[in-house]
Ligand binder design. Sequence first.
Ligand code: SF4
Length: 378
Amino acid sequence: MKYIDEFNNPDLARRLLDDIHATATGGPWAMMEVCGGQTHSIIRHGIDQLLPDSVELIHGPGCPVCVTPLEMIDKALEIASRPDVIFCSFGDMLRVPGTGRDLFRVRSAGGDVRVVYSPMDALGIARRHPDRQVVFFGIGFETTAPANAMTVHEARRLGIRNFSLLVSHVRVPPAVEAIMSAPDCRVQAFLAAGHVCSVMGTGEYPQLAERFEVPIVVTGFEPLDILEGIRRTVHQLERGEHRVENAYERAVRADGNPAALRMIEEVFEVTDRAWRGIGVIPRSGWRLTDAFRDFDAERRFDVGGLRADEPRDCRSGEVLQGLIKPHQCEAFGTTCTPRTPLGATMVSSEGACAAYYLYRRLEVPARPVQVQEATTVG
Ligand code: SF4
């Protein structure tokens, strides 16, 4: 399979690993893979277990479902519960817990919640149901923003008035800046997400690499992509360098995808954004510009003021910032499983807790549940 089998070649993987082992002599080095897709690939293929002890991979906040704030899930639940609404979303979002329920529960209570595979599918539903309000849950990083922007653009061009977007877009570079600025940050280098850079290019990274003196290596998602990213990062760390390197040349150009960038710029503007479990990161998100504000579901359904408090027993904020590994959370595999998730990181297909549960739970057994002694009331 072109570009799949080639990037799983065990002989090449061994050579890259040998190079990493021979080079990583001056650590210990801690590098963060930003993207949840990379985390899953690393855990699934056991890449972290093949590295020398001097190289640690820290899992970053790059899972779009995981970082969608609780209050945004609650806004989705509120809108989806309305009888005149068809609420459309990618499947991952349906099991993400909001305050007390999720979109599946809204659907089982009679809400018209539909899984779609692209925002254009949602626009098609709006065309077929002119008497209903159709809302698409527009979450994600720079990767999904162009398609969502294009859909809104198309809705306006076609004069479709019963379509709107619940926008929760986040941008990666401000998150990198926030992670590096935290006082307890241990990260010394980044494996940047290749698909994000295929849209945005690499232009935002040199000033971050310079300011925080960290190597940033743009990396793909197959095992050899990740090993090559780690190899280049280790070489920089050992030499005391901090440059931006592109190890995903087959997909990423320095200037990204200009057509996609034009579409984002026309429809969205940069805004401060809350990240679930982390808090507000300045200039880390997008919202619709004034010209497209009529398509803003928050405005249309007047849910902008909704606020929510994160549950205390979920430590996903620490997981997303690389402060703990998922199995170090007390709830991992006991009160929190993919069937009974307490946080989005356990339910998302890119979530770090889900990756550990899928591939590591037999190696990193969950902590036993603390059974509290029964007390007699009265
Ligand atoms: S294991 Fe569950 S409760 Fe713990 S951080 Fe992950 S999602 Fe939250």
